[in-house]
Design a protein around this ligand. Sequence first.
Ligand SMILES: N[C@@H](CCC[C@H](N)C(=O)O)C(=O)O
Length: 257
Amino acid sequence: MQQTFYKYQGTGNDFVMIDNRQQTFDKNNTKLVASLCDRRFGIGADGLILLENHDNLDFKMVYYNADGNQSSMCGNGGRCLVAFANQLGVIKNKAVFEAIDGLHHAAINGDIVKLQMQNVDVIENHRQHVFLDTGSPHHVQFENQIEDFDIKTKGAKIRYGAPYNKAGSNVNFVKKISSTEFRVRTYERGVEDETLSCGTGVTAVALAMHYIGETEKNLITLHTQGGDLQVSFNAENGAYNNVWLIGPAKLVFQGKI
Ligand SMILES: N[C@@H](CCC[C@H](N)C(=O)O)C(=O)O
């Protein structure tokens, strides 16, 4: 049976979207997911997302990295899924859905999708980096030569090294532009390369920069390779709530597999 797929992107972080409300997709087929995400032999994407029915909420998000494995939360993917649900008529401009890290509220206005992220109350401030989990694990460190830097090699070394080892972490390199603007490049676990943008990654950078005193603002613009995102939050004694990831999410094309 042929299956319709949709390709979405959020600041260049791109995803294959499948409406799996009828449970027609072969969910445990890692090779199939990886082959659909392959940029030469497949559709090409950083990840694949299933939109599924939920008993009490608008829908459920099931996220796979480009390597074909289910993974932790994807912020840009969540924003793209909200745009997809809106396009399908599953929601009308507002959503509450379940992802692997819990419940998410979201709102869509034109191309702009606002996604509420999980509260963060544990942030590790190490000598050379900050580590936190914003739904996915993120290592954050400064890099002044950020424009001219081998993200893939340097990112992989950190991602596979101690203390992360096989389970790994996403790795974000940051340059401060001002107290409201930071430049970010991200090496993504499960893609095992730089992606043009990472939603949980820029969220981690915004909270980390506030936590270590690089900013006192609570609305931060993050410049990624694929465009600009914003993160807003409330800070209370080193803990963060009411965290929102804001930016564009767009349909690129659709087809049949
Ligand atoms: N692109 C993502 C992050 C996806 C999850 C990540 N690759 C992992 O396995 O931790 C985002 O926008 O948040």
